[in-house]
Each structure stands twice: as C-alpha cells, then as structure tokens.
Design a protein around this ligand. Structure first.
Ligand code: HEC
Length: 112
C-alpha cells in the first residue's frame, strides 16, 4: 500500500515538474529586474546631477530658483512630479523622466 502511494505521489510530482517548468520562468525574473532598476535610481544623486545647477548644491535655492530643501512643506509628491513633468515658469519640463522623476518626486516630498 505504502509503496503504491509513494509511486503515485512521485509520479504526480514528476508530471507537475514536467508541465509547470516552462511557463513559470519569465515572470519572476522580470519582477526581480524591475525591482533592481528602481533601487538603482538614487534620488539624491540624480538631483545633484540634474537639478543642483539651478536649485543650488544643497538645494538651498539661489536668485530666482526656489529652494528644494523644504519643498515637501509646500508641495505634495504629486505636485512635485507635475512640476518635473510639465515645467513651471523658468523650470524646463522633463529634465528627468519616468522612474527617475518618480523617485525624485517622492524623495523631495519628504524634504520639509
Ligand atoms: C534651468 C534651471 C532649472 C533646473 C535645471 C531645474 N529647475 Fe526646478 N525650478 C526652476 C525655476 C526657475 C523654478 C521656479 C518656477 C516658477 O514657479 O516660476 C523651479 C521650480 C521647481 C519646483 C517648484 C518649487 C516650488 O516651491 O514651487 C520644483 C519641485 C522643482 N523646480 C524641481 C526641480 C527638480 C526635481 C529638478 C531636477 C530634475 C529641477 N527642478 C531642475 C529652475 C530649474
């Protein structure tokens, strides 16, 4: 009896492995890559590279350029993303795009 039961279990395990193997590979791999891409965007580095020329090395603002080191107290994450995507006054649109714009908006919205 036990041997028969084992044989059945073993048999179905083999069948599951044989049938399930092919399809499952793509999805988890893509998810892992997606996570890594997002994590590799370092908001502070992006801001230093792309925004500090106008907004100041410590985001303290200068002349006509508003400070960003307290922008989270004035604007929400969504509003900051909106400024980045559409520009505003002397601020050009789309200096950064996509995931970069999103992580930067989130990071800046916490500066209060
Ligand atoms: C070419 C110069 C320039 C660069 C580069 C620049 N900005 Fe600006 N930014 C401005 C100016 C000018 C304003 C003020 C716009 C206005 O309201 O007239 C501004 C305003 C903003 C505001 C709104 C601040 C507030 O208090 O209303 C945010 C947020 C902002 N910038 C984010 C960024 C980010 C993030 C980057 C880098 C991706 C960046 N800026 C790069 C010139 C610049």
């Amino acid at each position: 009896m036990n041997k028969k039961l084992l044989a059945v279990l073993f048999g179905s395990a083999l069948m599951l492995a044989a049938c399930g193997g092919g399809d499952e590979e793509a999805t988890p791999t893509n998810e892992e890559n997606g996570g890594e891409v997002t994590q590799s965007h370092d908001a502070e580095k992006i801001v230093q590279a792309k925004c500090s020329t106008c907004h100041g090395g410590n985001l303290e603002g200068q002349g006509n350029f508003p400070a960003l080191n307290n922008v989270g107290s004035r604007l929400s994450e969504e509003e900051i993303l909106n400024v980045i995507q559409n520009g505003q006054g002397g601020m050009p649109a789309n200096i950064i795009e996509g995931a970069e714009a999103e992580v930067v908006a989130e990071w800046l919205s916490k500066k209060k």
